[in-house]
Write a protein that binds this ligand. Sequence first.
Ligand SMILES: Nc1ncnc2c1ncn2[C@@H]1O[C@H](COP(=O)(O)OP(=O)(O)OP(=O)(O)O)[C@@H](O)[C@H]1O
Ligand SMILES: [Mg+2]
Length: 439
Amino acid sequence: MDAGPQTHDSFADALKPGTELLHGQFRIEKFLNAGGFGMTYLARDSLDRIVVIKECFPSSMCCRNDGNVMARSKQHQAEFDAVVKHFGAEARRLSKLQHSNIVGIHQVFEDNLTAYMALDFVRGRDLLDTIEDPKMKLHPRDVKGILLKCLEAIHYIHTNDVLHRDISPDNILIDGKGNPVLIDFGAAKEEATRASRALSALHVVKDGYSPHEFYIAGSTQDASSDLYSLGATFYHVLTGEAPPDSQARVSAIAADRPDPYKPVTGHFPQFEDAFLHAIDKALSVFPPDRLQTAREWIELVDTERRRSAALAQAELDRQIELSISRLVKETNQAVEADIKAQQNKQVAERKEAQRLQKLVQEQQRQRKKTLDELAMLNDFEFEEEQKIARELSAQRSAQRAHDKVNGVEPKKKRTLLSRMLPFGILRGTIRGNRRSDYM
Ligand SMILES: Nc1ncnc2c1ncn2[C@@H]1O[C@H](COP(=O)(O)OP(=O)(O)OP(=O)(O)O)[C@@H](O)[C@H]1O
Ligand SMILES: [Mg+2]
């Protein structure tokens, strides 16, 4: 956003050197600038460090009265209060961003009935001064380095859901080491314009740098909008002037006239084609034709980084392959160990079964042997008994013959049953428990 012309009023309303803020924590040293939304000062903090203080001072609706910032009239009061509230809220949100290429906000506070933020002081000059200074000649390598660092910072804010909305050469400070630092986020102003009809008339636009959607209230703004402004900034660095403003370009295209934009591709041999082409692409009128992310732009431009990204990817792929083959090896080893354990178990089970079978066979053999021995023993006893029986029978026959010769009456005959029962059967019945299984 253009700060607008510095009026005598702006200076008159500025805080005087020596003014203390926040109970003496900050002391104003010097007034720097006045814009539509606020005033910028150099100051010292309580540790005597130099800081930059931005004061919410929407000059179209407020004035200073005895140090305090007051609405110009009762009609302005509600709008002024809303703007102060939005300024503080957005400043608090921005204070969460921490990046070496983004100005650090160390404090957000209220005083003099308005809001303030205290920023790191960046010792150096802005990019606009640098490119307009005929004694300062930026080497293409420096230009590329500044662009890449700006892209890193923009990538960082976009991934934190913040749009800068006011990227231009005067809002990029170059510090003593040649590093760019983004300042003056337009997001706070955008919030403020929503809260105020008076401010929405000012618009948060900067001709030449703002994409056409910034001119349309309530339009969709995204990462490609900031990238358009960055493209315009580097177009200015290369050509020495800002590109034609986006509204003029849209009107020309709508009226079937040629786009007044002159591409940089092919006109700056000291820069690589990819570098120039990226600027032209970022500056496309219609958002879908532009570069969509800072990362995409970085990869187009940074050949070194592209090579190291490719190397890093290759190394990652190699590591993944190694990990996979290690995993496969470990899995195979585990499976093999499992199979071996299974086989060992089967062998042990087989051996055990064989041992048990042998045991059973041995038991059967022993049993048979015992039974055979028993059988042999009983047959011998039987033979003995038969022999005794035969001898007894012979004795009895001899007795009977003797008795007959001597006229002795024979003894009474045995009963039929006792004679008929064969000796063996009776014996077998008696010893049944011992012999029945093999008789
Ligand atoms: N952190 C800083 N360190 C050093 N100088 C700064 C810093 N912030 C701002 N300045 C100086 O103050 C000038 C104005 O500051 P800034 O861009 O923040 O506001 P502006 O553009 O004047 O006002 P507005 O916020 O209304 O657009 C800058 O061009 C720069 O010279
Ligand atoms: Mg500025």
